[in-house]
Design a protein around this ligand. Structure first.
Ligand code: SF4
Length: 468
């Protein structure tokens, strides 16, 4: 589960033409809670007024009484779960962001990270713009407000033409919902339908919950408009090869979600199988670091002689309390979250499958726990390549210096985390585990340093440090 070192980005939802739209958005956001737990919000409209409820914390903390949803009227709504990849986790940064434009209110929910915002923000501020938040998403609102175009759709298209980077976003107006994905398609976004009602969500697991049929992904560089006439598709911009964030398939997206025409579970299992072939281990059992490594561990065991066992139990009730622990709590942190099943690991040669290693500090503690429970040998297999570079497209990796693989070889990392052997899936085998045809490509920049669009700022630090 990446041992709480990587934070998810955000989750977005939009519901069009449904009775109790806000309620559907609320339930859909529950399915997307893994994508962000720092803040949540829903904005709805009855075609005249906007109604909103936003707050810090998880969805259940923000909607802490049943009456609150009843106050969000109308047949259209958008919602957002936030993790702050840009901007601090302050009240004024909670999304959906709302603004009053000259033809009425709009609200925006954004997943991703824009990368040319410093220049744009400066330009807009020099021109008199007063920003209400420190998010990159607000730039789109100012660009729309300043556009001379007549229609909101044209102003939105003009604003999108000025920004670069990762965005899967939904926008609500009084009479339409707009859902758009950047031309590189970094972040997922899917459309579902039930009768003449539509739902757009970061992941298809939200559609399953609401009983909507998955139609397809919003295509990279496509704007989908939902209005009284139904659904329309508008091409915004194309690139030769798209760059879907491969980390969505390794770790972020839920395994029961479908994207790129198949299930995340299938891709992740294939990664585990490739890992077993690339780095076999002479061991008795395979265990996962629950939950996000479960599927890769199953795949690993299917291609090895060692059987899959539940060797670690995760406590799901820790919540966010220990995200910034004191040093004493940090020592307790891993123990609070995971406990080895001594009867499973004792006197066994154990392969621990983990989906990623960021700093490596918590993995060391976890493998110590497994050894302490009596394991004879501990071998770690990682279902992604070494993370050597920061992400500028919406994931909160730490700065380059803090990434253990940035300046350590695999052998050095093995020594630091104190295990008998260590193997990472290679970039080549990772790419063989995922579909790739036509212009379908992947971003692998955190492994290779090859950024599809170079960031506009200080390349030495991660996204959070750059903007917060
Ligand atoms: Fe995803 Fe890594 Fe690319 Fe960031 S740098 S978008 S985490 S693949």
């Amino acid at each position: 589960m990446a041992l709480e070192e990587i934070k998810e980005n955000c989750g977005v939802m939009a519901v069009w033409n449904a009775e109790y739209a806000a309620e559907l958005a609320y339930h859909g956001l529950y399915s997307l809670q893994h994508r962000g737990q720092e803040a949540a919000g829903i904005v709805s409209t009855d075609g005249d007024r906007f109604y909103h409820r936003l707050g810090l914390g998880t969805l259940s903390q923000v909607f802490d009484s049943p009456e609150l949803l009843g106050e969000l009227h109308g047949n259209a709504a958008i919602g957002h779960n936030r993790y702050s990849t840009t901007g601090t986790n302050a009240q004024f940064n909670i999304q959906p962001l709302t603004a009053m434009l000259r033809d009425g209110p709009v609200a925006i929910g954004h997943n991703g990270n824009l990368i040319n915002t410093r220049k744009l923000r400066r330009e807009l501020q020099n021109d008199g713009a007063i920003f209400q938040s420190t998010t990159d998403s607000e730039i789109l609102i100012h660009l729309m407000a300043r556009s001379r175009k007549e229609k909101l759709l044209d102003r939105f298209l003009e604003a999108l033409g000025r920004v670069q980077g990762a965005y899967s976003l939904v926008m609500l107006s009084r009479d339409a919902i707009y859902a758009v994905r950047d031309p590189h398609g970094w972040r997922p976004l899917v459309i579902g339908r039930k009768g003449d009602s539509y739902v757009v969500a970061s992941e298809s697991c939200a559609l399953d919950l609401l009983g909507y049929q998955l139609i397809r992904d919003v295509r990279p560089g496509e704007l989908v408009v939902l209005d009284r006439e139904g659904m329309h598709s508008i091409p915004v911009a194309q690139v030769e090869r798209t760059h879907f964030c491969i980390f969505e398939l390794i770790y972020f997206s839920r395994p029961d979600s479908r994207t790129l025409g198949d299930s995340v579970d299938k891709f992740r299992r294939k990664m585990g199988k490739e890992l077993a072939l690339e780095h076999p281990a002479d061991a008795d059992i395979v265990i996962s670091v629950p939950d996000s490594s479960n599927t890769a561990a199953l795949g690993f065991s299917q291609r090895s002689d060692a059987k899959f066992e539940m060797g670690l139990i995760r406590n799901h009730y820790i919540g966010r309390t220990f995200i910034q622990p004191t040093s004493a709590m940090r020592e307790m942190g891993v123990k609070l979250k995971f406990n080895p099943v001594a009867g499973v690991v004792r006197d066994r040669r154990v392969v621990v499958v983990e989906d990623s290693i960021v700093r490596g500090t918590t993995l060391r503690k976890l493998t110590d726990l497994i050894r302490g429970a009596g394991a004879k040998e501990v071998h770690v297999r990682v279902s992604c390549p070494p993370i050597r570079f920061p992400c500028y497209y919406g994931m909160d990796f730490p700065s380059r210096e803090e990434l253990i693989a940035h300046d350590h070889s695999v052998e050095q990392i093995r020594e630091i985390i104190g295990v008998d052997s260590l193997g990472y899936l290679s970039v080549e085998k990772l790419l063989e585990s995922v579909p790739g045809s036509g212009n379908q490509g992947y971003c692998t920049a955190c492994f290779t340093g090859e950024y599809p669009i170079p960031p506009d700022g200080d390349e030495e630090t991660g996204t959070k440090e750059r903007y917060s």
